[in-house]
Every structure is written in structure tokens, then in C-alpha cells.
Design a protein around this ligand. Structure first.
Ligand code: ADP
Ligand code: MG
Ligand code: MG
Length: 911
């Protein structure tokens, strides 16, 4: 009895019921293309291609659950080991080979592959199974010792780096020294003997840094490689990439073990990558590169210059034809642009990977339209073929690709979109010296290994920035994105030699004054002086695409605009009104600031009114401009919000100025003015100005400010109405927390409106509402709605006050919080649905209980962020409002949110 029970528990433990390993080969796969969650993108693609009868080297995929288990337990389970052994045996049988054994040894690649492609995040190991013995068999069998030793040294190098954590550089040093010694220009210039010497030295490198020998046992190699791939899920690069791309840390990666095919067997072998359509422009053309006699990453690593894929037609017409046929078939099958990898071994083509290709925003729009026209996808599907943020590509200048032949010098990261053409400079000071001013303006491209804060002055005047190091979050990338300036970062093939003022790339030397062109949207660095084309928000393809998306959209999109120029811009991008017009920005103007200061310095109401009177006509004319630009659309104008000291000089500056005057011109009449100013600044000083005398608190303590603003608004409204402009002002009271605050300010606005209308003999429709930026306001929203005719969530301040984070100081904390996973995202960038979002939802519900027709919108930075827009749609807000340059993005995000509800599709986006 006891034995039977024991056997039962042994044969049916819960682990063995999980299928960890999926085989593919011999025309059939256990998995399929839909199983990205389990097999990862790469594994699903290999399975799907195998099932479609394409020439794919056989192998197996260890699914993501095994990785999650490894992360939980720190080791692979026995069930995983056992299933892997079974699959390996099956592969050996199919191939008639044994892993790393016999005179025809089986070699495999070990490839990571998560659900979402994470380029360059986890490295692949090729030629696994080679050791001192099997390399000799390979040499004999291929009749090509050079190839065999080359494959072996690559294995030691990749294994050493990926599995044993040895710096790539350590191997590069050995390799480069050998090339120098043998006077070889290219990697392929090293012969078999030289490579044997490299191998011997590589082994020493391993021994020295890993404190162990390179494992000779093929099986041990496989287990170690598999586990290293699992661990790589947790490396910093991978974590970082997931964070910026909003990919969950819990997914884990799959591991693909696949029989090797060799592109480095000689002149009838090659390896390459390609796209079924041009990923930069979207044009329908076969696009890609290949290298003869090469393996794996050689094509993208830049050691040798690859050939354009169309050249393959001349060298191997038959294989080229087959590749075209297969890739077009894959494109039709997946109904999307394919990004593929292939290898040709001795004239025979193998497919190694396919996935939906990443593309620029422009290419995405063009491809979506083409595919609808070709009948491949529907218009509804087409609108999901673009991430809303990609629309930004239409708002920046770009290179004129047709006007000249494009010679790509190097490929870097698309750090900040747009295009820049200029003459090279190597330091920030040179940039300033050469860039010139006004009519003498001279476009320069600042080329640096990396930028630092000391380069800011040069970055400001440069047309574009190019760096050879650093990633998407490097100083150069972050700063240029903030400046809206084109930047290509991390172009690793470029060597910047500041001392001699030189830039070396692909054997060419560039000096300061040479012309180059940058494409910050694709990361390309291009030789010479290309033409640029200005952004066109009325691009016909963009309009067509948006016309398919727009009918789905339920919520309005407005813009935050303070001055007529921005309002006009916003209209051009399709804004349906202004959701936030900040009046204080009007006060910062050169001619207004003195009156504003006089108002603040006033000793009593009388003086204050006198200063306000001077401001009135200026405000009125600004409002007239904004109303005209928004003809017929609503304009939300917020009454004065920031603490008054923001309009005065800084205390420290005043003290310095006073001290200087005291020392140099003690009799100057200016001195007493400055002292008065300093006294007022000190009076206004607050410990927490963001929580201080600001918002409606200003209008309540100084009602004459609200009065003047209301008067300017209504006089402007009446004036434009008389000119036949349709006008709809919405007066917004900031930072209310109680009903009485709202009532106090609303009473002033209503009274002034009545006065103006009577005085001018004409009325206009208007609303008075509030900005909800304090948790208390959200809690008592039903009360506040008795007086407020609309709500607009000021989600920047609401995030500050809900979290108790100061937005201006949060960067001391945020990086740690994100790295530790305490917060998933920056809550100032992506609306915190759980907390802040809950307040938004609750306040909307409560407000509408009191006033069912209550208009509700948001006007924080979140109004232009796709996931926050989706949240607003789902919670029944009437509109979002964002900066003019994000209006297009918000429109598409709102349309997608509505469409995915209506069509019940997940979006099928490519990540
Ligand atoms: P990545 O995710 O970085 O694209 P891959 O796993 O696709 O990594 O592999 C890197 C390179 O190695 C690719 O160029 C691929 O074509 C090549 N490669 C992978 N497996 C094999 C194989 N079994 N035979 C030949 N080349 C391979
Ligand atoms: Mg790949
Ligand atoms: Mg605010």
C-alpha cells in the first residue's frame, strides 16, 4: 500500500503537469504564433514559421513559466531539466547528431525571447556544444578549419560575456592585438592558426576573470547558458528597458535552443536582416542588409560594412527570390510589416526570426493606409497600428529623403525626434562661436562622446546633437527632448576624438566644419548636407489616418494655451477649445510686469485698484486674441493662481543689488525703492508657497483681482461677440477646497458679468467652475458642484497633494522608487489610477449627483498621455486638455480607447 501511494505522488506531482518545453522541427511545432505569453515573441514566431513549412532550423523553446520559477526559487526545477533532456534527445534524433559529440557534433544557439521584443537586452549564445574535441570534428567535417576555430572562439567570447559576466572588452583586447600582430584589417583576415592562438588566449581570459575553466562539457554549457538567460531578465539594462516601455517585470523570458546553421562557411554562405517595407518611410520596398561569410550579429555590429539586400539578387538570384517569396508570405500571414533574420548556409536559405517591425510614426501611418488599400487589414485595425505618441513625428522637421542619395554613416539611438543638418563642432564653446545670430545664423551639429551639464550653452545653439555613447536616458537625450531638438545618441561606431577635433567612422575621418545630417526619428547619422522639410500637421496621409480614427472618439480634446499664438497652433492640430488659459502668463510680459509688481507692492486696496486698472486693458486684449482664435469653441480661463512672490525679484538678488549700491552709490534714489521691494519680498515669503497664499485664496483676500479679471474676460467676450465671433468663456477658480470659497468667487464673477453686460448692452453665455486640485475638493465635490458649473481636474497639483510629493523636488526620490518597484511609473507623467484616479472618479460621480449636466475635464500634463486619456474616456469625462503639441496624440488615444471598447479588440499593438 505504502509503496503504491508513494509512487502515485511521485508520478503525478503538480510540476509535471506543466508543459515547460515546446519542440519545433520537421515541419511541425508543439506551439504556435499565438502563444507569445508562454513562448515569447521569438519562440512563437519560430513555431509559427515551422508550422507554415518554412525552412527553420529545428529546436525547442523553454517557456516563460520556467523563468518565473527560476526567479522564485533561484534554480530551474527538475521538471524543467527533465523536459529539456527529452527535447534535446528528440532534436538529436531528428538531426542524427549528438550535442557536442562525435564526428558530426550538434551545435545549438541559446536565444532569449520575451513576450515583447527587448532589442539588445539579452544576448544570444551561438555555436554552443563546441569544445576542444568537437571543434576538430567540425574542422574535419566542414573541411574548413578556419570556420571551425572562428566558431569556437566566438562561443568562448559570447559564453564568457553572457554567462560568466566577463567584460566584452577583455576579449576584444586579445582579438584586436592578434589582428594587429597579423596585420589583418578584417576579422576574416585571421587564418586558422591565428584563431587557434586566439582560442588559447581566450581560455586564459576566462580562467583569470571567472576563476574557472571554460566548460568543456557541452551539456554543462547548455544548462549554464539557459540559466544565464533566465537571470538576464533581471539585469539592469533589461529592467530599465521594461520601465521606460511599461512592460511588466513579472513576465519572464523564454529560452530558445536551436540547431545552428552557419553563414560563415565561405563564399556561398551569408547572414542578414531585413524588413518587408521601409521602416523609416513606410515605402513599399524590400529593405535590409546582409554580409557574406558571416555569423549572427556581424551584420549589426559594424565590424564589417554590410551590403544592401538588393545586392543579394546579383550574387545568389535563386536564394534572393526565395527570400522575397517567403517574407511576402509572412507579411500576408501576419498582416503586418515583418522584421526578419536569415542565414544562408552553403546556398541554402534558413529563416531565424520574424516579428512585426518597429517603425517611425510616419512609416506606421503610411503602412497602415497601404495595407487597408491592399485589403490586408480593415480601417478599424489600421487605427491601432500607431502608438499615439508616434504622432509627434509629424510635428517635427524631417530629412528630404528623395532629394539626394542617402549614405548612412552610423546608426545611433533615436533619442529626440526631428532632423538637423549642420557643420560639425566638437565643443560647446565652438558651437556658440560658430552658430552665429540672426541673419548670420549658421547651423552646427554638436558632436560629443557624451554631453554633460557644462555643454548646455552649446546644446542650446546647435541645430542637433550627436553622441557616440549614452542611451535613451543619457544627458543628451533627456535635455534635447526637453528642448524639442533633434538628437542621435549612442552611435557606437563613431569615435569622437576631442583633442584632435576629429570624428572617425567606418574608416572615414570628419573634421569640424564638415557637413552631416541627423535623423533623430530613426537614429541615422548621414553624410553631407541634406535638405530638411518642415513639419506639416496637414499632411494628407495623416489627415486620412485621423479621419478613420476620429469617428470613434467620444471625449473632447482641448489645448492648454495662454496666448493667442499657442491657441492658433492648437486649432491647427485639431483642438476643440482651450481647457486651461493661465492668466498669470499674461502678466509676465515685459510691459505688464511693472504694473503687476505695483499691484503687489500696493499698501492698500486703493493703490491696488489703481495698478489693476492699468492691467485691465492688457488682459482684455489678450483675451480678445484667444477668443478669436477659438471662434465658437469654449475657452476656460483660470483666475490668478500662483503665489505673488513669483512676480517679484528673488530675495538673494535684491540683497546683492542693495549691497552693491550701498557700496558704490549710497545716495542713489533707487536704493530706497529696492529696500521697500526687499521688505515686501520678505513679507510675502512663505515656507511652503505651493500650499500657501495662492489660488482662490488670492481672489478671496484681494477680491479686486478677481473683479478685474472677470471684467477683462467679459468685456473681451462682448467685444468679439459684437464682431460676430462666437464666444464661450468658462471662468475657472483655482485651488478651491470648500463650497464657501467657490461661492465667494463665483459671486464676484456673476456680479461683474451682470455689470459688464448691462453696461455694454449685450450678454454672452458663460460658465463659472473650478479646478479640482485638492483631495478635500474631491471629497466634497457634491457640495462644490452647487456653485461650480464645471470641474477641471488639475492633475499636476492633485498628484502633488494626494501623494504629498513636491513635483519640483520629487526627482530626488523617484529614481529609487522606480528602481525598487515601489512606484511603477512617474505619477506626474502617467495618471496614478489607483489613488489620484480614484479621486477623479469619485469627484466626477459626486459632482454629477448634484448637477447631472456638470461638465468635467482634466488639464494637467496627463491630458496628453495616452494611458491617462484612456482612463478619462473610461470614466466619462467630457474632455482632456493638453499642450498644443500633444493634441494629436490625445485625439488618437481617445479614439483608440473608444474603438477598442466598441470593437472589443485589445488593440493588437506592436510593442
Ligand atoms: P536578438 O534577440 O538580439 O535578435 P537572436 O536570438 O535573434 O538575438 O540572435 C542573434 C543573432 O544570432 C541573429 O543574427 C540570429 O540570426 C543569429 N542566430 C541565432 N540562432 C542561430 C542559429 N541557430 N543559427 C545561426 N544563427 C543564429
Ligand atoms: Mg534576432
Ligand atoms: Mg494648480
Amino acid at each position: 500500500m505504502a509503496t503504491t501511494m508513494l509512487q502515485e505522488t511521485e508520478t503525478t506531482p503538480t510540476q509535471t503537469s506543466t508543459k515547460y518545453v515546446y519542440f519545433f522541427g520537421g515541419g511541425k511545432a508543439d506551439g504556435n504564433g499565438k502563444m507569445k505569453d508562454e513562448l515569447g515573441g521569438k519562440g512563437a514566431g519560430l513555431a509559427e514559421m515551422t508550422n507554415a513549412g518554412l525552412p527553420v532550423p529545428p529546436g525547442f523553446t523553454i517557456q516563460t513559466e520556467a523563468c518565473r520559477e527560476y526567479m522564485r526559487q533561484g534554480a530551474a526545477s527538475q521538471a524543467v531539466d527533465r523536459q529539456m533532456e527529452d527535447a534535446l534527445r528528440r532534436l538529436e534524433q531528428l538531426q542524427g547528431q549528438k550535442l557536442g559529440k562525435g564526428d558530426n557534433p550538434l551545435l545549438v544557439s541559446v536565444r532569449s525571447g520575451a513576450k515583447f521584443s527587448m532589442p539588445g537586452m539579452m544576448d544570444t549564445i551561438l555555436n554552443l556544444g563546441l569544445n576542444d574535441e568537437s571543434v576538430e570534428s567540425l574542422a574535419k567535417r566542414s573541411n574548413n578549419p578556419r570556420f571551425a576555430y572562428d566558431s569556437y572562439r566566438r562561443l568562448i567570447q559570447m559564453f564568457g560575456n553572457v554567462v560568466l559576466d566577463i567584460e566584452k572588452e577583455e576579449f576584444d583586447k586579445v582579438f584586436d592585438a592578434k589582428k594587429k600582430q597579423k596585420k589583418a584589417k578584417l576579422d576574416t583576415g585571421l587564418d586558422a592558426k591565428a584563431l587557434q592562438e586566439v582560442i588559447a588566449e581566450y581560455k586564459k581570459v576566462v580562467k583569470k576573470h571567472a576563476k574557472r575553466d571554460f566548460p568543456q562539457d557541452a551539456h554543462e554549457q547548455l544548462v549554464m547558458a539557459r540559466d544565464a538567460v533566465f537571470r538576464s531578465w533581471q539585469n539592469d539594462r533589461a529592467k530599465h528597458y521594461r520601465r521606460i516601455n511599461n512592460i511588466s517585470d513579472d513576465l519572464g523570458t523564454a529560452v530558445n535552443v536551436q540547431a545552428m546553421v552557419f553563414g560563415n562557411l565561405g563564399d556561398t554562405s551569408a547572414t542578414g536582416v531585413g524588413f518587408t517595407r521601409n521602416p523609416a518611410t513606410g515605402d513599399k520596398e524590400f529593405y535590409g542588409e546582409f554580409l557574406m561569410n558571416a555569423q549572427g550579429e556581424d551584420v549589426v555590429s559594424g565590424v564589417r560594412t554590410p551590403l544592401p539586400i538588393l545586392e543579394l539578387q546579383k550574387i545568389m538570384p535563386e536564394v534572393f527570390g526565395q527570400l522575397r517569396e517567403i517574407t511576402s508570405r509572412m507579411e500576408r500571414h501576419y498582416r503586418d510589416v515583418q522584421d526578419f533574420e536569415f542565414t544562408i548556409q552553403d546556398g541554402k536559405l534558413y529563416m531565424l526570426q520574424t516579428r512585426n517591425g518597429k517603425r517611425t510614426g510616419r512609416a506606421a501611418v503610411r503602412v497602415a493606409i497601404q495595407m487597408v488599400e491592399e485589403g490586408l487589414i480593415t480601417k478599424e485595425e489600421a487605427i491601432f497600428r500607431l502608438e499615439p505618441n508616434q504622432l509627434y513625428d509629424f510635428l517635427v522637421p524631417r530629412l528630404d529623403e528623395k532629394s539626394a542619395k542617402i549614405e548612412v554613416l552610423a546608426q545611433g539611438l533615436p533619442a529626440s525626434p526631428g532632423a538637423a543638418v549642420g557643420q560639425i563642432v566638437f565643443t560647446a564653446d565652438e558651437a556658440v562661436a560658430k552658430a552665429g545670430h540672426g541673419a548670420k545664423k549658421n547651423p552646427v551639429i554638436l558632436v560629443r562622446a557624451e554631453t554633460t551639464p557644462e555643454d548646455i550653452h552649446g546644446m542650446e545653439v546647435a541645430a542637433g546633437i550627436l553622441t557616440s555613447r549614452g542611451g535613451m536616458t543619457s544627458h543628451a537625450a533627456v535635455v534635447t527632448r526637453g528642448m524639442g531638438k533633434c538628437c542621435v545618441a549612442g552611435a557606437g561606431d563613431i569615435e569622437v576624438i576631442e583633442k584632435t577635433r576629429q570624428m572617425r567612422v567606418k574608416g572615414q575621418v570628419f573634421k569640424d566644419g564638415d557637413w552631416i545630417s541627423l535623423d533623430g526619428t530613426t537614429g541615422r547619422v548621414i553624410t553631407g548636407r541634406l535638405k530638411t522639410m518642415d513639419a506639416k500637421p496637414d499632411d494628407p496621409e495623416l489627415l486620412k489616418f485621423m479621419s478613420w480614427a476620429e469617428p470613434f472618439r467620444k471625449i473632447g480634446v482641448r489645448a492648454n494655451a495662454d496666448i493667442p499664438r499657442d491657441a492658433i497652433q492648437a486649432r491647427a492640430f485639431g483642438a476643440e477649445g482651450i481647457g486651461l488659459c493661465r492668466t498669470e502668463h499674461m502678466f509676465f510680459g515685459e510691459e505688464k510686469l511693472p504694473h503687476m509688481r505695483a499691484m503687489i507692492m500696493a499698501r492698500d486696496e486703493k493703490e491696488r485698484r489703481a495698478a489693476l486698472k492699468k492691467l485691465l486693458p492688457m488682459q482684455r486684449s489678450d483675451f480678445i486674441g484667444v477668443f478669436k482664435a477659438m471662434d465658437g469653441f469654449p475657452v476656460t480661463i483660470r483666475t490668478l493662481d500662483p503665489p505673488l512672490h513669483e512676480f517679484l525679484p528673488r530675495r538673494e538678488d535684491l540683497m546683492v543689488e542693495i549691497a552693491v549700491l550701498e557700496a558704490t552709490k549710497p545716495k542713489s534714489p533707487k536704493l530706497s525703492q529696492l529696500r521697500t521691494m526687499l521688505r515686501r519680498v520678505e513679507e510675502l515669503h512663505e515656507f511652503n508657497p505651493m500650499l500657501g497664499h495662492r489660488g482662490c485664496r488670492l481672489g478671496i483676500t484681494y477680491p479686486e483681482i478677481t473683479e478685474m479679471q472677470a471684467q477683462a474676460i467679459f468685456e473681451a467676450a462682448v467685444a468679439v461677440a459684437k464682431d460676430g465671433v462666437k464666444v464661450k468663456p468658462e471662468v475657472m477658480i483655482p485651488l478651491t477646497a470648500t463650497l464657501k470659497e467657490m461661492a465667494n468667487q463665483a459671486a464676484i464673477v456673476h456680479r461683474v458679468a451682470k455689470e459688464v453686460f448691462k453696461d455694454k448692452g449685450r450678454t454672452v453665455d458663460y460658465l463659472v467652475g473650478t479646478m479640482i486640485e485638492l483631495p478635500r475638493a474631491a471629497l466634497v465635490a457634491d457640495e462644490i458642484a452647487k456653485e461650480a458649473e464645471f470641474f477641471s481636474f488639475g492633475t499636476n497639483d492633485l498628484t502633488q497633494t494626494t501623494f504629498g510629493f513636491s513635483r519640483d523636488d520629487v526627482n530626488k526620490i523617484l529614481p529609487t522608487y522606480l528602481a525598487e518597484g515601489i512606484l511603477k511609473q512617474d505619477p506626474f507623467a502617467v495618471l496614478d489610477r489607483e489613488g489620484v484616479g480614484q479621486l477623479v472618479r469619485m469627484a466626477t460621480e459626486r459632482g454629477r449627483k448634484t448637477r447631472p449636466e456638470l461638465k468635467v475635464g482634466i488639464c494637467g500634463e496627463h491630458g496628453g498621455e495616452p494611458s491617462s486619456v484612456e482612463f478619462c474616456h473610461q470614466n466619462g469625462l467630457n474632455y482632456v486638455s493638453c499642450s498644443p503639441f500633444r493634441v494629436l496624440t490625445a485625439r488618437l488615444a481617445a479614439a483608440q480607447a473608444a474603438a477598442s471598447e466598441k470593437l472589443k479588440v485589445e488593440g493588437g499593438r506592436t510593442k
